[in-house]
Write a protein that binds this ligand. Structure first.
Ligand code: HEM
Ligand code: HEM
Length: 180
């Protein structure tokens, strides 16, 4: 399998980026869910939010690498479809990238503003570069939890519904282009 994209299909690296991002996103969500289910201030409560942050930062770095790789490649020509569907697909994809970047950015900024530590799996701790501002931290937290997270979920649902529509209604083998 070619690592680079062609006009007909995604290359190996783009496929790896797509599916590993999906796995990382699930892991990020599982970690914060375990955090929320743990007793407040217990060892697990702290452990899982630290894990959420480390996985979230990793996903953010991964998305940046993915976008750099995407821009240094051709991208597959969209399948023949009405113009509005092609427009909708581009908008959803752009929105997914935006939300996938906004989540780690708001996560990092709110942790800094709250003066809370962010460590990359215990290997190193990110330096505190912003002045603590709890009020602003609360506002950024609202963005993280009540704006960008629902947006990411909504776009993901639309994206998966569209993929299923291609697979089972249009039967045009679109999903095959992204399969390993
Ligand atoms: C793509 C990356 C990320 C996703 C998808 C994500 C998702 C979430 C979700 C779903 C919640 C809980 C929302 C709710 O219960 O309403 C949350 C809370 C939180 N996230 Fe993230 N997050 C990401 C990255 C980060 C990063 C990088 C950090 C920090 C460096 C971070 C810090 C936090 C904190 C501190 C909370 C609040 C936990 C609490 O209320 O105790 N997140 N995040
Ligand atoms: C069952 C789950 C999923 C399936 C079957 C699926 C399928 C696909 C397919 C077939 C494409 C390529 C479309 C084309 O060639 O025109 C694609 C692209 C994409 N997918 Fe997914 N996907 C899934 C889950 C996700 C999730 C959870 C995310 C992120 C939250 C995501 C983000 C993206 C993005 C950003 C693109 C655009 C690629 C680009 O143009 O750079 N996908 N997906």
């Amino acid at each position: 399998m070619d690592m680079r994209n062609s006009t007909k299909a995604w290359g190996g690296l783009a496929k790896a980026f797509h599916w590993l991002s999906v796995l990382l996103l699930i892991a990020v969500w599982v970690a914060v869910t375990l955090h929320e289910e743990a007793a407040k201030d217990s060892v697990e409560y702290v452990k899982y939010i630290m894990l959420h942050k480390a996985l979230g930062v990793s996903l953010g770095a991964f998305v940046v690498a993915r976008l750099i790789w995407r821009s240094s490649n051709v991208t597959p020509t969209p399948l023949a479809a009405p113009a509005w569907q092609q427009k909708a697909a581009s908008l959803v994809h752009a929105g997914l990238y935006l939300a996938l970047l906004a989540m780690p950015i708001t996560g990092m900024v709110m942790s800094q503003l709250a003066g809370k530590p962010v460590s990359w799996f215990g290997f190193f701790e990110f330096p505190q570069v912003l002045d603590v501002n709890k009020e602003l931290a609360g506002e950024i937290k609202d963005l993280h939890e009540d704006v960008f997270w629902p947006l990411l979920l909504l776009l993901t649902l639309g994206h998966i519904a569209a993929a299923m529509f291609h697979q089972f209604v249009l039967k045009d083998k679109l999903i095959k282009r992204m399969m390993p």
